[in-house]
Design a protein around this ligand. Structure first.
Ligand code: SF4
Length: 488
């Protein structure tokens, strides 16, 4: 499609709004009207004029619709809203598609709503969400519930609170939809040992920063990748290092992802339990064996059930499970079966993701992703079924975020039983506390008091760079420590 928009300031958001309707198409953004318009593509012409704003939709030379507004914008934000709102309305009219999140293109809808509640009363905030940015009633109700649940947790944070993230970017194989930096271990097993050696040094260095500035650890999260790809000895060594360098008291939430059942066994789980890991995540993504195979995962649904039961036997009382709506080969009935099977296991939390077709994934590289846009209504039904079933089974939504290129412009939602909300997920999504990250792909984030500024310090993305340029990793940690001098 072509988007012709005369003021560059509005390009970014205008393009994002077009992408709600044409998520996987190339959008040519131009500063001026092209001389010849292609017959087989939609052209959006947005003009920001001193007297009014106008949006025209054309196919070839034929005008489909033209919308104008004569409201005088007070500032650039209002101007941006007016022009993007016209584009949204024109494309909604033309395609007949009403995205459930309306015009929201960002990843934090909860933050948009909670920030709005700081300046407006609830009725006005709701009217704005429904009428001005076209969020559906269903999603607004979800936001209301989420804001209520998160409020207490978020009111309780101080400037010295931090979360720790430790990255193990290796997996047994690469899932077809994966966009992370994770490396399939069958190709790069030899990297694990040098990676762990360096990671341990980075954890020690981070522990010193925490001690020096008297920081208070709220949650530790070991993610990836698949951290349980490490063998039992490596897990023992990693967890001992974390426990020796961070003050892990009884009530700290301590999560280790154990995503793939083919990487979990009794020995590893016993070590994790002994080392005070108190939350794990076993992620089926689907309970349909054919869909699992298509996704490139080398396990079956019954492996998931077996490993879940072992984890319970070992004594894990806080287990999360992830499912994905919209996977290749899945359909509404089989997704509903997955939801039912996972609920039957009674994990403490279940996260429902909508498939995100990231550019770096195998699916995006090898398939025509446009077909996924036509599956958006199925994905909506899958998410609706999951929400309904989870509510009825005693789970409540506690955190939510969106990603770019998600099927049906939907969302990822964490559901939990009461008192099993994942603190790490809530705190990191809200930018409420700083995150000190260790390992490849990790991003440390310093949240200044009052959230006046959020500074990010990036680690190298891939294990090879992380290992070969490790001195730089430590230099960046030193910079991170110096930032704390400003307010600790
Ligand atoms: S388990 Fe997760 S990180 Fe690993 S390849 Fe699959 S999606 Fe990527």
């Amino acid at each position: 499609m072509i988007l012709s928009i005369d003021d560059e300031f509005y390009h970014y958001e205008a393009e994002n709004v077009c992408r709600l309707f044409y998520p996987y198409e190339k959008i040519n953004v131009l500063n001026e009207m092209p001389k010849k318009l292609p017959n087989d593509e939609i052209t959006v012409i947005a003009e920001y004029l001193p007297s009014h704003q106008s949006v025209k939709l054309l196919r070839g030379d034929n005008e489909i619709t033209k919308l104008e507004t004569y409201i005088s914008p007070k500032d650039e934000v209002t101007s941006e809203y007016l022009i993007t709102h016209l584009i949204y309305t024109a494309l909604e009219f033309y395609t007949g598609y009403q995205p459930k999140w309306g015009m929201i293109t960002g990843i934090h809808p909860v933050k948009i709503y909670s920030d709005l509640l700081k300046s407006e009363d609830e009725t006005k905030a709701d009217i704005f969400m429904l009428n001005k940015i076209h969020v559906s009633n269903e999603k607004l109700n979800m936001l209301k519930s989420l804001v209520g649940i998160q409020k207490e947790i978020l009111n309780d944070v101080t400037k010295k609170d931090v979360c720790i993230y430790v990255s193990i970017p290796f997996c047994p194989s690469r899932c077809s939809y994966c966009s992370f930096v994770s490396v399939a271990v069958e190709k790069q097993k030899k990297l694990i040992l040098p990676y762990i050696e360096n990671l341990i040094k980075e954890i020690e260095c981070t522990g010193e920063i925490i001690k020096k500035y008297g920081l208070n650890i709220k949650a530790v999260y070991i993610g990836g990748g698949t951290p349980t790809i490490l063998d039992a000895k490596e897990i023992d060594r990693l967890l001992r290092t974390i426990n020796n360098n961070f003050n892990i008291c009884e009530n700290i939430e301590y999560t280790m992802e154990a995503g793939r059942p083919d990487t979990i066994d009794m020995e590893k789980l016993l070590i994790m339990k002994e080392m005070r890991v108190n939350r794990i995540s076993i992620n089926p993504q689907t309970m349909n064996n054919e869909v699992l195979a298509l996704a490139g995962r080398k396990h079956t649904a019954s492996d998931i059930i077996d490993k879940f039961n072992i984890a319970r036997t070992v004594g894990f009382k806080n287990i999360n499970m992830d499912l994905i709506a919209g996977l290749d080969g899945d359909n509404i009935t089989s997704f509903e079966n997955s939801v039912d099977s996972v609920i039957q296991l009674e994990p403490e939390s279940i996260t429902i993701h909508a498939l995100a077709l990231k550019r770096s994934s195998f699916i995006t590289a090898s398939e025509d992703t446009k077909k996924y846009h036509s599956k958006r209504y199925d994905a909506e039904k899958m998410i609706e079924y999951a929400s309904d079933k989870l509510y009825k089974s005693g789970y409540i939504p506690y955190y939510l975020y969106r990603q770019s290129r998600m099927i049906g412009n939907l969302e990822n939602t964490g559901w939990s039983k009461s008192d099993f909300e994942c603190l790490y997920n809530i705190l990191t999504m809200d930018d409420s506390v700083s995150i000190l990250s260790c390992g490849a792909g990790g991003v440390s984030k310093i949240v200044y008091p009052g959230r006046k500024k959020v500074e990010r310090i990036y680690n190298f993305k891939y294990p090879t760079e992380y290992i070969s340029k490790f001195n730089e990793v430590l230099d960046r940690k030193e910079i991170l420590g110096k930032n704390y001098e400003q307010f600790c």
